[in-house]
Design a protein around this ligand. Structure first.
Ligand code: GDP
Ligand code: FE
Ligand code: FE
Ligand code: FE
Length: 195
């Protein structure tokens, strides 16, 4: 894979190195697989494969930052204070996009939104958002009950994949008595037509 020069101020190799620097090997390898999976879904869905690849590579860029780092960004940038009731699982995408801007100087809002929406989705998602959301869920390293069904549905219909993942995640969270971020419920309700 090579990136052209107009979206980011680096070669692919330089960006890969920057991601690797911030993550342990397991998480880094996941990011490389999401990069590739996102490119594949982009090609299937007539979306810019380069934006998909970059967003896929970057989606978990901030996953291993401390709570302290995230809380500082939420406060400094006056982000929605409801975020403070949650934790890394919710922050690393929504708040992580701010770290991508500040540290990597990547400002493409299509890419940043796909990172922001990769964990909880959103009521409105671009095709690029949907691709990164699904690539994260079905990349070849994922192994959970139902992953093959998720893969099959997603290759048939990206939108149906989005609803399927949202329903599965919500069920899992309720089953395990985890707190539900309001955005997760908004996604679930907005995608009801895609079953
Ligand atoms: P990963 O970063 O590649 O592990 O995947 P994601 O970013 O998609 O998800 C990170 C974690 O967030 C997963 O363990 C999800 O179950 C969890 N998650 C997603 N939605 C919610 C939510 O509404 N509330 C909580 N508490 N966790 C959530
Ligand atoms: Fe993530
Ligand atoms: Fe995800
Ligand atoms: Fe991920």
């Amino acid at each position: 894979i090579e990136y052209s020069e107009n979206l980011i101020p680096y070669t692919r190799k330089q960006l890969v190195d920057k991601v690797q620097e911030k993550l342990d090997d397991k998480r880094f390898q996941h990011c490389l697989r999401v990069e590739k999976q996102a490119m594949e879904l982009a090609n299937e869905n007539n979306v810019d494969p380069e934006k998909a690849a970059i967003a896929g590579l970057l989606h978990d860029y901030a996953k291993q930052r401390s709570d302290h780092d995230f809380i500082k960004v939420i406060n400094d940038k006056q982000m929605n204070p409801v975020l403070l009731d949650y934790g890394n699982a919710i922050w690393h995408g929504v708040v992580g996009a701010e770290l991508i801007k500040d540290e990597l100087h990547i400002y493409d809002e299509d890419i940043l939104n796909a990172v922001r929406r990769h964990t909880v989705g959103a009521a409105y998602m671009t095709k690029l958002d949907q691709i990164v959301y699904m690539a994260d869920y079905i990349e070849p390293g994922r192994d959970f009950p139902g992953v093959d069904k998720a893969r099959q549905i997603t290759h048939e219909s990206l939108k149906k994949g989005v609803f399927f993942q949202t329903q599965q995640t919500l069920s899992y969270l309720v089953e395990n008595a985890k707190p539900i971020y309001p955005g997760t419920i908004a996604t679930y309700n907005a995608w009801q037509n895609e079953k």
